[in-house]
Design a protein around this ligand. Sequence first.
Ligand SMILES: [Zn+2]
Length: 376
Amino acid sequence: MHCPGTSPIHTFTALPKLLLTLLAPRRTPAVSAPNGNSSSAISVFTSTGFQVLSNNSYISYIETLRPDIAIGLPDVSYGLVPGTKRIAKMGDRTQEWLTQLLAEKREEQAVFAPILPIEHLDQSEYLNTIADDLAEDVSGLAFYDSNLLPDIPAATWISKLPRLSLDEPSSPRQILRQVSLGMDIFTIPFIGFATDAGIALTFRFPRPLPDETALSNGTTFLPLGIDMWPVLHATSLKPLSTECTCYTCTNHHRGFIQHLLSAKEMLGWALLQIHNHHILSEFFIAIRESIKSATFEANCDEFARFYEAELPEKSGQGPRVRGYHYKSEGPSETKKNKPAWGNLGGEDRDVDVSLEPDQPAAELEEKGFAAKVEDN
Ligand SMILES: [Zn+2]
């Protein structure tokens, strides 16, 4: 596939040249919008609230940002199960938007056709149009639901296109399953989720290091990662993962990472993210080698014998949650962030003063702060 290399989106995100960028109108986890999509635009949740994103604007963003891969605008609704009429519209609109994008894009721009998260039969007309009319201009397929992979007819040109997963695999085992179904390229939100939870990933494909294999005896499984919040790591001089060659593991030990997390120091999460990305890169390198040597299936069985199926539960807190991370669900929600400060030596008092700027003066006064000056 042709990848143009450095681009405004690389510059803006400070990503190195060798990393592929992709642009899709989607966030993880997806947020359902109060207004539905229209025949020319979709409704998306952005850092400045809900916005309407038209296909025309989206095409102009692709032109400006020049990602390595652009995914066509899909008509997908989150939150509601679409009815029959809606399903028919989804295929029609997605097809129309993709056709327009392909007609207006720069020649070297790689565009992947979105495959909708609905039954194969319900979008067969759209898929046939890609195969018959848009064949030459589409560079790959982007699956919103990886379960549709086996439905793509084999031995057609469409089955030869690279497949990208926009699904959300929750564990390495799910990635392996998708690879066995024929997925080629992945977006993996769990790297970020693990980092936010303070978890250092530690798995290796197809098996752990020899000194770790003894710890798994067929009934006990090795965890896929270590929760770095517990104080037991505070004095540990070990790296996050034995023999890991990432920047974090070659420069810092567990004790330092644990200290940074407890101090809510952003560097802690940055170092964890560097390590977690490295673990996934190594995982994919090993998968490619395994496929090349035709041992992939046996290696997957081996991996399942050693490792737990899911990532460890989150125990600690993540970094402060910002407004654009979550959409408020209603008035009686609990606060996402713990107050940064409490009362000085106030363990015995059960009032909780967070000193947030929007706290009403009367409430502060009640808790013993300076009296409010009454207006004359
Ligand atoms: Zn590492």
